[in-house]
Ligand binder design. Structure first.
Ligand code: GDP
Length: 603
């Protein structure tokens, strides 16, 4: 805790005749100073001032953690109890860790990612076609956002939306959906910007990566070059003693598909993916839309338990009864177990993609949860979701929200990316680690913003601009994008924010004292305090406080500091000067003015 300066201006509490029973309030784990003041029943401004006097620089809109709030409140004879936040879903559907013996192996859930035109769609098609041929359906499968295939009678679930946008959108809502990411890299093109992005997305999500080196049918294919390039991103192929499986394929010629699927099963078996099928289902909404003929349609991925026709489900603020289940081949089914994608018909409205869904024990429970979520989401909507930002880094650290500062670097040339990455990462210290989750060449795109949003990262752009859509998205999602033209400024900015991270201790240093001896009225300016500097000195941009009869009547800044008619930067003891205060006019002769600065004490 910061030492209280000698000049604590808060008068000692008067001896109250009435009961000294402390007041008790309930506060959330994080709140703004303003919210705390309101709960305590005092003015926010007063609280800020009192804290400044104690050397604590906390703005009225800054968020503070419960522990600090409780300390502050105690000084006012208020006991602050921490409010227990209830997650209605956790509360209703949360369960104790399950007996492992109840769980059985489940199919892996796989997503396909990679650079544009490297063959993601072709690969997904090739896999789907192979499944259709094998099952002798003869027909075409419909696109419902996911499908299942199998190899050696072992099923695999593929999310049918190529690219990492969908994947990241789900993660942003906290849904951990995929087990394995197939990274498609064209053998004739090698590692490209979106390949690197995909690697970052997968790594951030802790998802296993299997590389599919595609287009090996092309004469210009050079799989070894791809493997070589991937090593730079920490993916070292097994052949070279690493742990990454690289499977050569040709989506076009349908070559190597079975081998790739076998590799997926191999990785899945190592991961021992299991779930209990004998309980009420829960899972994720993969895709949802309004179908003209069928009403709201949602494709869901069952993650645990078994979903059945007739179940009452709830997802976000939507609840309803499952009227029909349709699998990825278009067949109506009665139930769907773990890792199975199915379409649900029967919901009254369209749930949000990426949201979890749960089967409730009855309609009443489903409605209760949905109604609570509805009320809460309206409340949350009014409250801005707080993301990490340089300006507020220090407070967020205090609130225990950031221990690692994730950054995304976008620059005009690779050399700058590397320079920034090394310099920034060097700023890491014991309290905060700086981690570059993505660094590449190019403008700041929507994909960067969505990764930043999902990973709570800030974006640093060097000699690049954000795309308009990315900028809009960043504003909407409160992602901090910083643009620089000089590498040094970027480093300096972060370094400054980091100083905040180092728990800065501010101490007040009084510069000088003056007495107001005469008051002049000036039109357009207000009252000018004709003053005499008693000791020390006054400087133009110092903070000042006016003390009248031992009570601080104003604390703030100087509007101007003058000698005769001239604005001056400083006035020393023994001289006269004119003081105009920032937004404060109510001065009196005899007032004592103290000039001070808040100084950061370096550790
Ligand atoms: P996506 O953007 O990653 O989904 O890529 P697409 O699947 O749309 O494929 C981009 C282009 O590459 C298309 O013209 C495909 O026909 C072609 N392509 C995809 N896979 C292969 C392959 O294995 N060999 C060859 N020669 N071309 C391929």
């Amino acid at each position: 805790m910061k030492p209280a300066p000698k000049t604590s201006g808060r008068p000692a509490p008067r001896q109250a005749v009435v009961s000294l029973e402390p007041k008790t309030i309930t506060i959330p784990s994080v709140l703004t100073l303003k919210e705390l003041a309101e709960k305590m029943g005092i003015s926010g401004a007063e609280l800020v001032k009192a804290l400044i006097k104690k050397g604590q620089m906390i703005g009225i809109n800054n968020e503070i953690p419960y522990s600090l709030a409780a300390d502050i409140a105690l000084n006012y004879n208020v006991i602050a109890e921490e409010q227990v936040e209830i997650d209605i879903f956790e509360d209703t559907f949360g369960e104790a860790p399950e007996d492992e013996s109840l769980k059985i192996m489940r199919p892996p859930v796989v997503v396909v990612m990679g650079h544009v035109d490297h063959g993601k769609t072709s690969l997904l098609d090739a896999i789907r076609d192979a499944a259709v041929t094998k099952a002798e359906h003869g027909g075409i499968t419909q696109h419902i956002g996911a499908y299942q295939t199998s190899i050696n009678n072992k099923p695999i679930t593929f999310l049918d939306t190529p690219g990492h946008e969908a994947f990241t959108a789900m993660r942003m809502r906290g849904a951990q959906v995929t087990d394995i990411a197939v990274l498609v890299v064209a053998a004739d093109d090698g590692v490209m910007p979106q390949t690197i992005e995909a690697i970052s997305h997968a790594k951030e999500a802790g998802v296993e990566i299997i590389v599919a080196i595609n287009k090996i049918d092309k004469p210009s294919a050079n799989p070894d070059r791809v493997k070589q390039e991937l090593t730079e991103y920490g993916l070292v192929t097994e052949e070279w003693g690493g742990e990454t499986i690289c499977a050569p394929v040709s989506a076009k010629m349908r070559e190597g598909i079975d081998h790739l699927l076998e590799m997926i099963i191999l990785v899945a078996e190592m991961k021992e993916l299991k779930a209990n099928p004998d309980k009420r289902a829960r899972g994720v909404i993969i895709e949802a839309h309004l179908d003209r003929g069928r009403g709201p349609v949602a494709t869901v991925l069952v993650q645990e338990g078994t979903l059945e026709v007739g179940d009452h489900i709830v997802s976000g603020a939507t609840y309803g009864r499952v009227r029909a289940l349709i699998d990825a081949t278009g067949k109506r089914v009665k139930k769907a177990g773990p890792s199975t994608p199915v379409e649900i018909l029967g919901l009254p409205d369209v749930p949000g993609a990426g949201d979890m869904f749960y089967v409730a024990k009855d309609e009443k429970q489903a409605r209760m949860v949905a109604d609570t979520t509805y009320a809460k989401s309206r409340y949350e909507m009014n409250k801005n979701v707080q993301k990490v930002s340089l300006g507020d880094l220090f407070n967020q650290i205090q609130a225990g929200k950031v221990k690692e500062l994730n950054v995304i670097i976008k620059a005009d040339v690779q050399g700058s990316v590397e320079a920034l990455r090394t310099s920034l990462e060097k700023l890491s210290n014991e309290q905060v680690k700086i981690k570059t989750i993505l660094g590449n060449v190019g403008a700041v795109t929507e994909s960067d913003v969505s990764l930043a949003s999902a990973s709570n990262a800030i974006i640093i752009g060097f000699n690049v601009r954000p795309e308009a859509a990315a900028k809009a998205m960043a504003e909407e999602q409160n992602v901090d994008i910083r643009m620089y033209r000089v590498i040094y400024s970027a480093i300096e900015d972060i370094e400054h924010a980091m100083k905040g991270l180092l728990d800065p201790v501010f101490e007040e240093r009084v510069l000088g004292k003056a007495e107001i001896r005469q008051i002049f009225k000036a039109s357009g300016i207000g009252n000018i305090g004709g003053s005499y500097i008693l000791d020390g000195k006054f400087i133009r941009n110092a903070s000042v406080r006016i003390i009248r009869d031992g009570i601080v009547v104003f604390e703030g800044g100087l509007e101007s500091l003058r000698r005769f008619k001239d604005d001056v930067r400083e006035v020393n003891a023994g001289y006269e000067c004119g003081l105009v205060f920032h937004r404060f006019n109510d001065i009196k002769t005899g007032d004592i003015v103290e000039a001070f600065v808040m100084e950061e004490i370096k550790r």
